[in-house]
Design a binder for this molecule. Structure first.
Ligand SMILES: Nc1ncnc2c1ncn2[C@@H]1O[C@H](COP(=O)(O)OP(=O)(O)OP(=O)(O)O)[C@@H](O)[C@H]1O
Ligand SMILES: [Mg+2]
Length: 111
């Protein structure tokens, strides 16, 4: 199993959600976060080191079966993209275990 963490523009949430749902991927956690990325050549001199502003973003976290990783990442890339700076990033990690508390199912069965 893989954990996908995507930092996206807030207004893109519904599009990302439906893009994933089309693949049959349901279940996600969304948090309001703030952050900053790589400053552009033009914004860097405006703020100086360590003074870049924090911009509100959403963090979408979801766990998927290994065989769905590629299509899930593709769906997020496509639905979250505007083509302008700040579109966000996708981080992928291996996930050790999932346990459904109600049934004690584990792994893929618990997704
Ligand atoms: N290296 C990083 N580590 C952790 N979070 C990051 C990192 N880079 C970006 N983020 C998060 O992703 C959000 C969006 O980043 P952003 O899309 O601006 O990345 P970027 O590298 O600056 O690309 P772009 O040039 O398209 O703006 C940031 O506000 C921050 O929350
Ligand atoms: Mg940026």
């Amino acid at each position: 199993m893989k954990k996908i963490e995507a930092i996206i523009k807030p207004f893109k949430l519904e599009e990302v959600k439906s893009g994933l749902a089309e693949l049959g991927i349901e279940g996600m956690t969304v948090s309001e976060v703030k952050g900053y990325g790589n400053p552009t050549q033009s914004t860097r001199p405006l703020y100086g080191p360590s003074r870049l502003p924090f911009i509100p973003k959403l963090k979408v976290e979801l766990i998927v079966r290994n065989d769905l990783l590629g299509s899930a990442v593709a769906a997020i890339k496509q639905s979250a993209r505007t083509g302008t700076r700040g579109d966000g990033k996708i981080f992928v990690q291996d996930l050790l275990e999932v346990i459904r508390i109600r049934t004690e199912e584990r792994g893929d069965q618990a997704l």
